[in-house]
Ligand binder design. Sequence first.
Ligand code: ADQ
Length: 471
Amino acid sequence: MSRLIVVSNRVNPPSDAGVGTAGGLAMALAAALREYSGVWFGWSGETIETFTGQISMQKIGGVTVALVDLEEQDREEYYDGYANRTLWPLFHSRTDLAAYERSFGEGYERVNRRFAETLAPLIGPEDVVWIHDYHLIPLAAELRRLGVANRIGFFLHIPWPGRRQLTTLPQHRQLVESLLSYDLVGFQSRDALEAFGDYISRELEMIIHDGAIIHDSRRTRIGAFPIGIEAAAFAELATQDVARETFERIRLSQAGRKMILGVDRLDYSKGLEERFLAYEQLLADHPDWAERVFLLQIATPSRDAVQAYQEIRARLDGVSGRINGAYATIDWVPIRYVNRAHRRDELAGIYRAAQVGLVTPLRDGMNLVAKEYVAAQDPEDPGVLVLSRYAGAAEQMEDALIVNPFSREETSEALGRALAMPKRERITRWRRLMDGVLRDDVAAWRDCFVAALRLDAGGDVAEGGGNRKAS
Ligand code: ADQ
């Protein structure tokens, strides 16, 4: 029987306990595996003294997971190093933060080889393999070396960098060539797909014909597959008890003030400092908004081991403190800055209580928060989404107020417009956004990708498949 084998760096299916904190992607992949039957393979997040390649098989939330432990040196070089300090900043246009240390590259190759050697014996002749994200780009090449001839697909969750930026990576050619071992490579947006095509044609001097790269060993199809959320379920969650209680609590504490909301992983790519400054500009330009609005920014710390993350955290503490110091009154704090994670049902209630969803990353593969914000709104009285043009989501969500997050003035003007938008216009914009979020949900994303991956190498990608346009 043909199974789907999903591989990602970390494996975190939602537990049997019900509503948990697992993100949209985890939910989607778990659902994909339940539907197609299969295994989810990846790092346990644990380290041991010496790598053994021993797999721990478990069943979590109806999904079979296969976990492997790595060594401490793997964590340092592959995860904290190459993934978080080299590829993440480089792919988010922050070459100034990218560390090019040889040991990181060696660790990355070693862990991908270890993953391949551990995974290969699990793959049956009919199985289809779907590998996720920048941690595992060379995995198919390593599997091919071990004789795995199955169909293997790759999906990149983050942006693809510009050609010039990518060539600053010492092993850029080797990294990109390893993608040619896949049968299908998927990106979040047309923008990422075009940037990839530019590299392929100008650096590798290969031809892209009919959505595929023709080369010696195989035909590698490429396409944009914008990821979605479990939209209907999230909208439903926003009307349930916990969400309603959270909504009421916030409404009470709002005391008639309008709420602008940001929800992000605490990451320099999310544009949080620029966001705080744009909000400050609004207060400076429109003193009439003072005491009538506040910004709730929820930012969960991540990747604490990396210095750039400690620095951005300290900067945000400083900027939010300064703005609050300058503008607060005895009964009004302009920025409520919260550093903890919330349950998904609480989050749904928080989104619903916000008059403005402020999603302004400087660079983002897609951005699921924008879609969750829309899905959680009250159809009778929806809030307004202000969205960065540099989020992949902007290609699909044209009815948001699209802004350049690098421009304080532009963002602050959009905030003013959002806060004052008449109900009729809010409803019209939200309806169009919601239709898109419901249509292009996570199940549609998963089904399109898997269907395209299962197609014979010679066949065309079906409508909605690898050449699917971000609509
Ligand atoms: P991320 O960079 O993590 O994802 P995003 O797409 O916004 O960014 O997803 C964040 C998820 O975490 C959302 O589901 C959100 O609800 C949740 N979350 C954030 N803060 C939270 C908090 N305080 N409490 C609880 N939950 C919180 C990467 C890429 C994105 C791409 C996704 C999926 O960087 O561009 O959209 O993968 O492909």
